[in-house]
Structures are given as structure tokens and as C-alpha cells.
Ligand binder design. Structure first.
Ligand code: SF4
Length: 449
């Protein structure tokens, strides 16, 4: 659990010198506890206190970074049981299984699916980020060739589903700096597989069928200096998997049991042959509390809902989801296309832009920063009235992109049209519909460039 400001204060020098940017050590401790300052800002803290503070303030579930072709994928680091208590920190990675016995066409399709299932929603890029390579051929060179393809043809993080030390070494060499995850180390193969994990600094999946065995395994791994551990409880049915996930989270957070304070991996791919059921299982385990979810395949109709569920679960419930302020071009607009404006509450942006897309009419959509508030809330809070909309339109640069001077405002703020005509004397203010769903008939009957 994170330390409170008072607990942190005990470790500080208490000289109130102000070098850290705030006047007192207590204020600095409060800033640290709120995550608004870094420990390094105090130059006078002793090494001993620093070590103790870092240990005490380490999250109860260790964060593990997985190398990808881009930014590392971080899993774990969670601090709460329930999202509304604070927020969930690091979204789980989604992996597709690829066997080294699949034919070249199937392997190519699966590798390509990492790129082809990339979506942009509410300003965020949604995509899966992992491949799980299954060693079934019995031939380490075939396995290494598959690992090389995964590394060269995708930017995905790589999981080696293999328990053969020779094949792991060959595949890890082919992955080079991608640093694959060894999946899985058990009590029986610990002697053989711990060596490559330690030598190559690879994260490992610790697999055991009971929590007692899992505890013994993580104790031995950490004693060997292997700290980047991901837990697999061996559960291959939803009921047991859910119970294990909740049990592990409780032990780590509520009992502060460090030996099971690691992110987890789950295998919906091995729980059913039905793709819809697999997706449902994955969504349940995503909510409770998987760090990596291994799927049998990526299909748009089952993957996209999971990506959206993940986006929603891992947003901060204390901050409204907002879209960046700016001009959004929809359906390839030109200088004669309509210009509409709305607020930057992501759901509003998502709905309005989607409705404009559906009209198939090109348009410029102006998104005004309203701190993530919806149209009526922003208007009531004084963030979406004539004065600030006028100021935004003038500085947005839209006047240089269109020949006409017509601005469509949401029907809900029709009362601002008079004020806007004063703020923007060159513009004709058109009051649009209240509901985005009515945009098509509105544009058809009212838009004359
Ligand atoms: S720099 Fe360190 S000693 Fe000085 S006020 Fe800040 S926390 Fe206290």
C-alpha cells in the first residue's frame, strides 16, 4: 500500500530548508504521498532512509515491464481492489497464440493480425500487444525461426510457451533485445530454466497448481535474483481462475504478502473452443485482475469489445475522459464543408464524430476544451458559452481552412447564438439539432455552402 504523508515525513530530514520546492518537509511528504513530487527532489535524504522509503512505498504488486518494438508494456503495479477506490494502473496485455507447427500462411495471418487490429477511439489507440509462441514441433531451430519472425514482423512483446531449455535459448537469441517471457517455470523445471532467465534477464511465468506451491516457487525464484515474475495458478476454468485472481489480489494488497505480489497471466484460449465464450471469459478476467490474457486468435468481432472494455476499465474514474482540443476532419472535408463545434467530453466527441461519419458528408468538427465536461454541464459551468467559444474559434485556424463563415452549434446552447454573433461578427451562427442522431436530416435541409 502507498505510504501516507505522515509515514513518509518520518524518513525526511525535518530541516524545512525548502530546497525541494516547497517550504517544509511535511509539505514535501504530502506532495510525495499525492504523487506530485519525486523523492530525488530532496538532496538531503540519507541513503538509508531512501532505501527504506523506496521499499515501503513499492506497490504491493510488483510492476513488470515487457519489451516490445515500441514502448515497454507495463503490467502489475496495482494498488487497489476496486477501480473506484483510486484507479487501476496498468492495462493487461492481450496475446495471440501462434504454434510453431502452423503453416506459413497461418503464421503470417496471425502475425499480421497484430497490426490489422488497430483502432482509434476517443483519441486513444487500441491494439493488442503480445504474441504467445507455442513450442510444439520439438525442433528448436523451427521454434527460433518463428521467434525471429515475431520479432522482425511485429512490434509485439513475445511470450515463449516452452519448457525446453535448448529451444528457449535459441528463441531468446532470435528475439535479441525484445527479451521474451519464459512461460513457464515450475518447481520441477526450475533447475534448468532459471539459468537462461537469470543469464538473459528475462521475465518468467511461475506456474503451479496450488498457491502453496506458487509461493514456494516465487520464494526460490526471488532467492535466485529473478524478480520479474508473472503468476499462473494453473486454473483453466473460469470459476477457479476468477477465485485465484481475487485471492491473489487480496493476499498481495490486504495481507501484504510479497511472495504473491506479482501480476498474473490467464489463458482463456485453453478454457473453451467457442470464440464468443472465450471473449466473455477474457472480459471477466480482465475485470478481475489479469495482467496478461492469452487468446486463441484475434478476430475483430471478439477482440474489439475487449479492447474497449480494457480502455474503460483502466481510465481514471476521478477524471473525465477528454479528447484533445482542435479541428477534426471527418470524411475528407474541403473549404466548402460545414463547420460544427462541440465540447471535448470524449463520449460527446465519439457520438458526434460517429454520426457525422455516418452522414458520409465531409465536415470539420471543432472540439473545444471544456475540461472533459459534456455540453450542458460545460455551459452551466461557464466553459462553453459565447465568450470562450468565440475566442476558441478565432484562434483555432478554421477561418483559414474554409471559404464560408457558418458555424453550427449544438441545439442545447441555442441561447448562446446571439452572444456568439457579437463575438464572431463575420460568422453566421446556425443552431444545430439537440441530438447528434439528427445531424443527417439537419445538414441535408440546412447546409448550403
Ligand atoms: S529539501 Fe528535504 S530537507 Fe529540505 S524541506 Fe525539502 S524535504 Fe525537507
Amino acid at each position: 500500500m502507498a505510504l501516507s504523508g505522515i509515514e513518509i515525513f518520518k524518513y525526511l530530514p525535518k530541516t524545512n530548508c525548502g530546497k525541494c520546492g516547497v517550504p517544509t518537509c511535511l509539505a514535501f511528504a504530502m506532495s510525495l504521498a499525492a504523487g506530485k513530487a519525486e523523492l530525488t527532489a530532496c538532496p538531503f535524504i540519507s541513503e538509508e532512509s531512501k532505501t527504506k522509503l523506496e521499499e515501503a512505498s513499492a506497490p504491493p504488486i510488483r510492476p513488470v515491464s515487457i519489451m516490445t518494438g515500441g514502448n515497454p508494456l507495463k503490467i502489475g503495479g496495482e494498488t487497489v481492489m476496486f477501480r473506484h477506490e483510486k484507479r487501476f494502473e496498468n492495462p493487461p496485455g492481450l496475446a495471440i497464440v501462434i504454434s510453431d507447427t502452423m503453416n506459413d500462411t497461418e503464421i503470417a495471418r496471425r502475425l499480421k493480425s497484430l497490426h490489422s487490429h488497430t483502432y482509434t477511439r476517443v483519441g486513444a489507440t487500441l491494439k493488442p500487444e503480445l504474441v504467445a509462441l507455442k513450442y510444439e514441433s520439438g525442433d528448436s531451430s523451427t521454434y527460433a525461426a518463428l521467434a525471429a519472425k515475431a520479432k522482425n514482423q511485429t512490434d509485439a512483446g513475445i511470450i515463449l510457451m516452452c519448457q525446453d531449455a535448448g529451444a528457449i535459448n535459441a528463441a531468446a537469441e532470435a528475439c535479441d533485445d525484445r527479451k521474451p517471457i519464459i512461460c513457464a517455470i515450475t518447481l520441477s523445471n526450475l533447475e534448468t530454466l532459471a539459468a537462461p532467465a537469470k543469464e538473459l534477464s528475462l521475465p518468467v511465468v511461475a506456474h503451479a497448481d496450488t498457491l502453496d506451491e506458487l509461493t514456494e516457487l516465487t520464494r526460490r525464484l526471488t532467492d535466485l535474483g529473478i524478480k520479474d515474475i508473472i503468476l499462473d495458478t494453473g486454473a483453466r476454468d473460469l470459476k477457479k481462475a476468477l477465485a485465484d485472481q481475487v485471492g491473489l489480489r487480496r493476499l498481495a494488497l490486504l495481507k501484504k504478502f510479497r511472495l504473491l505480489g506479482f501480476p498474473t497471466i490467464v489463458f482463456p484460449a485453453e478454457m473453451t473452443d467457442n470464440p464468443i465464450k472465450e471473449s466473455l471469459i477474457a472480459s471477466a478476467l480482465m475485470a478481475k485482475y489479469a495482467g496478461i490474457i492469452v487468446l486463441s486468435d484475434f478476430k475483430g468481432e471478439t477482440l474489439f469489445p475487449l479492447l474497449v472494455a480494457r480502455l474503460n476499465l483502466y481510465t481514471d474514474p476521478q477524471r473525465p475522459l477528454a479528447t484533445a482540443e482542435g479541428i477534426y476532419d471527418i470524411n475528407g472535408p474541403d473549404e466548402n464543408s460545414p463547420v460544427a463545434i462541440t465540447c471535448n467530453f470524449s463520449l460527446t466527441y465519439f457520438i458526434v464524430s460517429g454520426e457525422i461519419e455516418n452522414t458520409r458528408m465531409p465536415a470539420h468538427l471543432l472540439i473545444k476544451d471544456t475540461e472533459g465536461l459534456s455540453v450542458m454541464t460545460a455551459w452551466a459551468a461557464g466553459k462553453f458559452g459565447a465568450d470562450n467559444i468565440g475566442g476558441f474559434v478565432k484562434k483555432s485556424g478554421i477561418a483559414e481552412r474554409v471559404k464560408h463563415r457558418k458555424l453550427i452549434i449544438p441545439g442545447y446552447i441555442a441561447q448562446e447564438s446571439g452572444g456568439l454573433e457579437e463575438e464572431l461578427p463575420d460568422w453566421e451562427i446556425m443552431v444545430g439539432p439537440r441530438e447528434a442522431a439528427h445531424l443527417l436530416p439537419y445538414l441535408k435541409s440546412n447546409w448550403k455552402p
